[in-house]
Design a protein around this ligand. Structure first.
Ligand code: SF4
Length: 267
């Protein structure tokens, strides 16, 4: 009997230009074992299909309805969506990005999708927190053209406090990817008072500098996800934190440059 692999997808974004090179389709898989306090996609964290309140303003009135977040899809169904834009990928040097949530939380589904893309000659990018069993990661590496890899807090206790899990496996896995020779970009969220402390910046720079040629994308904190917490009936814990200014982001970039790290502001 042939096994049909299915997964829960919460969005497929077409013509994406910030999730890797060229024009891309970004497939968002639902569910994440982390619980970053600043997460701007709270609807991506839960593994189950759920409901979020939807509000429509009309003539000064607010009309409420419920919207379903997450859809069960087979590999074939996702590939059918991806393949619609093959021409754009080829002409722009783009491809498909798998993001989340945490993509490896649905690793069988992810690996099957990566394998299908490989068979069709579609370039792949995996956007991950790196919180994954090494054996699974090693299966994904040969099927992936580019990793976007998050590092957040270098102190294990603070990582547990703000992201809900330890960071040892994440830091170890990064080395595995680097040593494989697969292209990888590090991504560092600049979250005022949490990730931008002097000690965390210094330790992040020291870690990154161990991997010559790996660029670091600096992702400024924003409050875009705030309203989604309210609509999901969840508490938003970041009200006191303000978005960092452009000037401040350039200061952070200059700090990393002193370690010989090539930085970019934004994803
Ligand atoms: S790893 Fe990403 S998706 Fe998961 S909680 Fe953190 S920010 Fe949100």
């Amino acid at each position: 009997m042939r096994c049909i692999i299915k997964g829960i997808v919460f969005d497929i974004k077409k013509y994406a230009i910030h999730d890797g090179p060229g024009i891309r389709s970004t497939v968002f898989l639902k569910g994440c074992p982390l619980s970053c306090i600043w997460c701007h996609n709270p609807e991506s964290k839960g593994f189950a299909i759920e409901q979020i309140k939807k509000e429509l303003k009309l003539d000064g009135k607010v009309l409420e309805s419920m919207e379903t977040v997450g859809k069960e899809m087979t590999v074939r169904e996702v590939m059918a969506e991806i393949e619609k834009d093959i021409l754009f990928y080829e002409e722009s040097g783009g491809g498909v990005t798998f993001s989340g949530g945490e993509v490896f939380a649905q690793h069988e589904f992810l690996l099957a999708l990566l394998k299908s893309c490989k068979e069709k000659g579609i370039k792949t990018c995996v956007d991950t927190s790196g919180y994954v069993n090494r054996n699974i990661l090693e299966k994904a590496i040969p099927l992936t053209d580019l990793f976007l890899y998050d590092i957040k807090l270098m102190d294990d206790e603070l990582h547990k406090k703000y992201c809900g899990v330890p960071n040892g496996q994440i830091l170890d896995n990064f080395r595995v990817i680097f040593e494989s020779g697969t292209e990888v970009r590090l991504r560092f969220p600049v979250i005022p008072t949490i990730t931008d402390t002097e000690i965390n910046l210094r330790k992040t720079a020291e870690f990154t500098a161990q991997f010559p040629g790996v660029p670091l994308d600096l992702l400024p904190y924003h409050k875009i996800g705030k309203d989604k917490y309210r609509r999901l009936g969840q508490k938003y814990l970041m009200d006191d934190i303000e978005k960092p200014s452009d000037e401040y982001m350039h200061l952070i970039a200059a700090f990393f440059s002193e370690y010989g790290i090539k930085t970019k502001i934004g994803g």
